[in-house]
Design a protein. Structure first.
Length: 497
């Protein structure tokens, strides 16, 4: 038996205007976690989509256990023991958790064609338990948070009894303790000889879970290395072709007047008496674990959830914000956590997605749109954020996951907001582009904007915030100044019960 369960050789894949994979070789050992690294748009998802039959390759060979295979669709790849957890969720939002887990594989009552529902729900409970997800399997998927959906995707892959599991950014919405649970599962799977292809932009976790890494850049393979023998700097250099000097470019700040004042905000979905203020020039970090109310807070200020009580003052005046349009009029912008669902019109082009919410900036009056300036504005934002796209007219659906995220960001940067609420601003963004986003945040605050930055990434909170609020079960439990905040202190208050 060969050392490799999988060998991909000379894989080529072209899309209109893009050579997504250029003669890529990739091999996977039995029982290894092989990390795929590379900038947004480098070709990682495309490579795994070819492996699992979602895309067809233009040329190259795939050997599974030494035998050449060619999967015309995902179902035949699944039958051969290849399971995928996609970067974009693949769940049916209006079906129950249990139905999603066993979609296409109904359990029938012995000898009949009746679906054995009690067995489905029993098995679902077990599958959920294995990933530490404590929810009722009868719930509809659209009622779940992003993190819960991600765990559900993982539970689903685990039920397939796969020999190769592909995880495309599985932890982007998970918090530390959930990541630990996932890693425990991965270690268990490894010991059973299952091989894992793991895609992630979080450098810290790559080292913790990966055995080897293959780095892609612009569709070509740059290197394959043993992770234990490779430094982070070296990996970053392979990925972006240069060294990364400054990770958190937060300059010194001059804070001005109060921009946003939240007083006694409570909501039906769990926020309890939240009060704080945000000043011009300030980045206020909001840290909290899953379920602490971070995202609910963002949505309440933005008017996205009904039934909030308390008051919100903007620029010193009390404002009624009942829906997002009210918020936008008050120059409040929200970069949502779940960007595919709340942030993008997928079939529309890059340019229109960016300028949609700020057409007044590019219009010539009388409702006419100045197409030349629309294009100019979008192009310059795309350059700043390093969005990789064949052009401004490309449909957003055709961009890589990380580049889609950047388009949502560009959209809000293009608006004339003064209060920016960024919910996980760098989720799914590559290391180089993260720095570009931090630079933009720094620039925005220098121009007098205020930023609420919700993040579960400790380095980002510590590196970019001027003050930090820690949320815990719907309340603000603690406030820290930049000078007094530390990783340990944040975790202490975030997980206090
Ligand atoms: N269906 C498609 N149609 C057209 N172009 C595509 C399609 N899918 C991917 N591409 C292009 O192929 C290139 C590689 O994309 P891919 O999704 O593989 O990147 P990635 O490495 O997974 O990036 P990310 O880290 O952002 O997820 C990108 O330039 C992307 O725009
Ligand atoms: Mg991808």
């Amino acid at each position: 038996m060969s050392e490799f369960i999988l060998e991909m050789e000379h894989i080529v894949k072209k899309f209109p205007g893009v050579l997504a994979l250029n003669d890529v070789d990739f091999s996977l050992r039995r029982g290894e976690v092989h990390v795929l690294l590379g900038e947004n748009g480098a070709g990682k998802s495309t490579l795994v989509k070819i492996l699992c039959g979602a895309y067809s390759k233009d040329s190259g060979r795939i050997l599974l256990n030494g035998r050449e295979v060619d999967f015309p669709d995902t179902r035949s790849a699944q039958k051969a023991g290849i399971a995928v957890i996609y970067q974009e969720f693949n769940l049916f939002p209006h079906l129950s958790v249990a139905e999603n887990l066993f979609a296409g594989r109904p359990f029938l009552k012995g000898g009949t064609s009746l679906i054995d529902w009690s067995r489905i729900f029993d098995e679902a409970e077990q599958a959920l338990q294995r990933v530490g997800l404590e929810i009722d399997p009868h719930l509809s998927v659209h009622e779940l948070t992003v993190a819960q959906q991600q765990l559900l995707e993982i539970a689903k892959a685990l039920t397939l009894d796969a020999k190769i599991i592909i995880m495309d950014e599985p932890t982007s919405a998970l918090t530390e303790s959930e990541i630990e649970t996932l890693f425990d599962r991965i270690r268990e799977l490894k010991s059973q000889g299952v091989s894992i292809i793991y895609i992630s932009h979080r450098m810290d976790e790559i080292k913790r879970i990966g055995d080897r890494a293959t780095v892609l850049r612009d569709g070509a393979r740059v290197a394959t290395v043993e992770l234990s023998e490779t430094s982070d700097d070296q990996l970053v250099q392979y990925m972006i072709g240069r060294r990364l000097e400054e990770k958190f470019p937060r300059g010194s700040v001059t804070v001005g007047e109060t921009l946003l004042d939240v007083r006694g905000l409570s909501t039906d979905n769990g926020l309890k008496d939240i009060s704080f203020s945000l000043r011009r020039g300030e980045i206020l970090g909001i840290f909290g674990l899953l379920g602490s109310g971070r995202t609910e807070l963002a949505r309440a200020i933005f008017g996205a959830d009904e039934s909030a009580s308390g008051s919100i003052l903007i620029g010193g005046n009390e404002r009624t914000i009942r829906r997002p349009l009210d918020a936008i009029r008050c120059k409040v912008a929200l970069l949502p956590e779940d960007r595919r669902r709340h942030g993008l019109l997928l079939p529309m082009c890059v340019m229109h997605n960016i300028t949609l919410s700020s057409l007044n900036k590019v219009s010539r009056g009388f409702g006419l749109i100045d197409h030349a300036s629309e294009r100019k504005v979008s192009r310059s934002l795309c350059e700043k954020l390093t969005v990789r796209t064949p052009g401004m007219d490309t449909a957003v659906a055709n961009l890589s996951g990380g580049n889609q995220q950047k388009v949502v960001l560009a959209k809000w940067l293009c608006s004339q907001a003064e209060v920016f609420i960024f919910d996980e601003p760098t989720r799914g963004i590559d290391v180089g582009a993260k720095v570009a986003i931090y630079e933009l945040m720094d620039e925005l605050t220098n121009q007098g904007a205020g930023i609420l930055m919700i993040s579960s990434e400790l380095p980002e909170i510590l590196g970019m915030s001027d003050r930090v609020l820690v949320m815990n079960r719907g309340r603000i439990l603690k406030e820290f100044d930049k000078e007094e905040v530390s990783e340990g202190a944040l975790m202490h208050y975030a997980s206090a019960s």
